[in-house]
Ligand binder design. Structure first.
Ligand code: ADP
Length: 595
């Protein structure tokens, strides 16, 4: 199977619209690039060319000045009578003394003028005397009749020519003037100027300068490679002329090839005509600044595009991250809702489990109670059996009085069993009704009223300090619990000289809900250490002679818990026992209080 290229996969992810947008953006960036670089290059070319034109003007003036200086030298020197006489005599008939004199004259003038060579030709073009007469490359005796400047000077009065020296092979500029004697043109006096010094100057100023003649042949240049090359193709008759005039002593003239930077920006080659000589001076400006401007623009553009790209990526990333954040938020919300549902389900499970536990605890207690009941009932049953058997024997013997005594014993035992069974019925009976608002103070008063006769007989001092609050409870059950606690307190104080019971109430909380805590305190002997840990277990009693069943506190605790309350036993601060009954306040209690 072909593995998809990662780029292809990404492009697929972007989609056709995205690809089109990307292509458009790329095309836009490319267009901007080309336009901006082109513009920068054009501006740089314009600036460089303007500067080059300025310098070209200076170079043109220098060249003009360098040549112009010698313009009148041949015509002035030709006026010398010795010169004209020698020319008139001709090379064949010259007096050596006269030649020597003119040689020295030309040598002196040449030296003071600073020209290369100054020389005199007779009417046939043969050199009669020359400033370089005493040098190995002396012109004396050489025929220059073929040189155009000779012919031009003799025939038209002035000859100008640029060419390479046939002997010296050094290029030079020749200016020639006719020599007249008795009104006749008897010869030509010519001066050769070497312009190499100009080239050196251009080279040191790092400018590529070239001077070409009327045919386009470069004869002066700061770049030696360009010399004698043709700036444009040479016509056949031009080539013929060059051959005859030996202007460039037969040198070849391959085409001039300009550097690539100039080909790319032709405007960098500035040129100007030097009218008098038919020459053209040109300056090839340095293309470096143009390349630099383009490079700077490219770098700037690249940075700009990078910035744009980075901004784009940043924005994209941000959008993506926001999307991710939204997704994460949604996932979080979902997870939260899941969790909430789970918590609810677990809570329900827990509630069920707790209910089951409560039920299990009750069953356990019922088992305990059943065991206790069996034990409690077995004793009177055994006694009943013995008493009944005994009664039959006594009846047979006719002992009526004793039978009656037995029967009253039996009646007592049955009473006790009835009492146990009625208490058990109480214990097992489920709550009759739901919790309802019960006035606490009134409930306490009613409980005290039920026990009034007993309390008075025992001369118990009862102190009650209970506020008018409403608790959420069953009124009958509340009374049952209170009666139990007060009766236990009364039992505990039995036989005391000053039995006292105090019933007080303070505010409390039950599972953070407002509640009231009722304290039933007595000045009895306090809790018996033998049973204090099991007080609330069924059939736990310390009361002698079957007075107690040990069910009161167990039933009271069960009732209290049924309605969400608490029941605890404490030692009293000044001896005695304190039973604390904490009851939830009714919700309407606040409304009652506020009205
Ligand atoms: P009974 O009253 O039948 O003994 P209860 O469950 O009411 O059964 O009481 C259990 C035991 O708790 C009592 O036998 C007694 O030892 C102890 N008790 C209850 N109230 C007090 C009290 N106010 N002072 C001391 N002991 C008490």
């Amino acid at each position: 199977m072909a593995v998809p290229h990662p780029l292809a996969a990404r492009l697929r992810a972007v989609g056709p619209g995205g690809i089109l947008a990307l292509l458009l953006a790329a095309a836009g960036a490319l267009g901007l690039w080309v336009l901006a670089v082109g513009h920068a290059e054009r501006r740089a070319v314009d600036a460089v060319a303007a500067d080059a034109r300025h310098r070209l003007e200076i170079y043109a003036n220098n060249l003009d000045g360098a040549v112009e200086r010698f313009d009148y030298l041949p015509s002035v020197a030709a006026r010398d009578p010795a010169v004209s006489a020698l020319a008139a005599a001709g090379s064949g008939h010259a007096d050596p003394a006269a030649v020597d004199r003119v040689n020295r004259y030309l040598e002196a003038v040449n030296a003071s003028a600073g020209s290369a060579v100054l020389y005199l030709m007779d009417a046939e073009g043969r050199t009669v005397a020359a400033s370089n007469w005493n040098r190995p490359d002396s012109y004396v005796g050489i025929d220059f009749s073929y040189r155009p400047y000779f012919k031009d000077a003799r025939d038209q009065g002035v000859g100008r020519f640029y060419g390479v020296g046939t002997l010296t092979r050094l290029p030079g500029y020749f200016i020639a003037a006719p020599v007249e004697h008795d009104g006749r043109r008897v010869g030509v006096l010519a001066v050769k100027i070497v312009l190499d010094a100009l080239e050196d100057g251009w080279r040191t100023s790092h400018d590529a300068v070239l001077v070409s003649d009327r045919f386009g042949i470069v004869f002066l240049s700061s770049n030696p490679d360009w010399k004698f090359r043709a700036r444009r193709p040479l016509a056949a008759d031009t080539l013929k002329y060059l051959e005859e005039s030996r202007e460039y002593v037969g040198l070849a003239h391959p085409p001039l090839v300009l550097p690539r930077s100039l080909q790319a920006h032709p405007a960098l080659l500035v040129e100007r005509a030097l009218g008098r000589y038919g020459w053209t001076i040109a300056l090839a400006a340095d293309a470096h600044p143009v390349a630099q401007a383009a490079a700077t623009t490219r770098i700037g553009l690249a940075l700009l595009l990078l910035l744009a790209l980075a901004s784009g990526l940043y924005v994209r990333q941000r959008v993506k991250r926001q999307g991710e954040q939204r997704l994460a938020q949604a996932a979080l919300d979902r997870a939260y809702q899941d969790l909430e549902r789970q918590v609810e389900a677990r809570t329900a499970d827990l509630r069920d489990a707790q209910a089951e536990l409560v039920q299990a605890a009750k069953l356990a207690m019922i088992g305990q109670v059943a065991a206790g009941v069996t034990h409690e009932l077995n004793q009177p049953l055994t006694a009943l059996r013995a008493l009944a058997d005994n009664a039959r024997l006594l009846l047979d013997q006719g002992r009526q009085a004793e039978v009656s005594q037995n029967l009253s014993h039996i009646a007592g035992l049955v009473d006790r069993m009835a009492k146990i069974s009625s208490q058990l019925r109480n214990f097992s009976r489920r709550s009759e009704g739901p919790a309802q608002p019960v006035a606490l103070a009134a409930a306490v008063q009613e409980a005290l009223a039920l026990l009034d006769r007993r309390l008075k007989e025992a001369r118990v001092e009862v102190a009650v300090e209970v506020p008018e609050v409403t608790v959420a409870f069953d009124p009958v059950r509340l009374q049952q619990v209170l009666v139990n606690l007060i009766r236990n307190a009364e039992d505990a104080t039995a036989g005391l000289a000053h039995p006292r019971i105090a019933i007080t109430a303070t505010s409390a909380t039950l599972d953070e809900r407002p509640a009231v805590r009722v304290a039933v305190a007595d000045n009895g002997p306090g809790l018996d250490p033998a049973v204090r840990d099991r007080l609330f277990d069924p059939f736990v009693t310390t009361k002698p002679g079957g007075q107690g069943l040990g069910l009161g506190l167990a039933i009271s605790l069960a009732i209290t818990q049924e309605y969400g309350g608490q029941l605890e036993a404490r030692d009293g601060a000044d001896g005695g026992a304190v039973f604390l009954l904490t009851l939830p306040l009714a919700a309407v209690e606040h409304d009652d209080a506020s009205t």
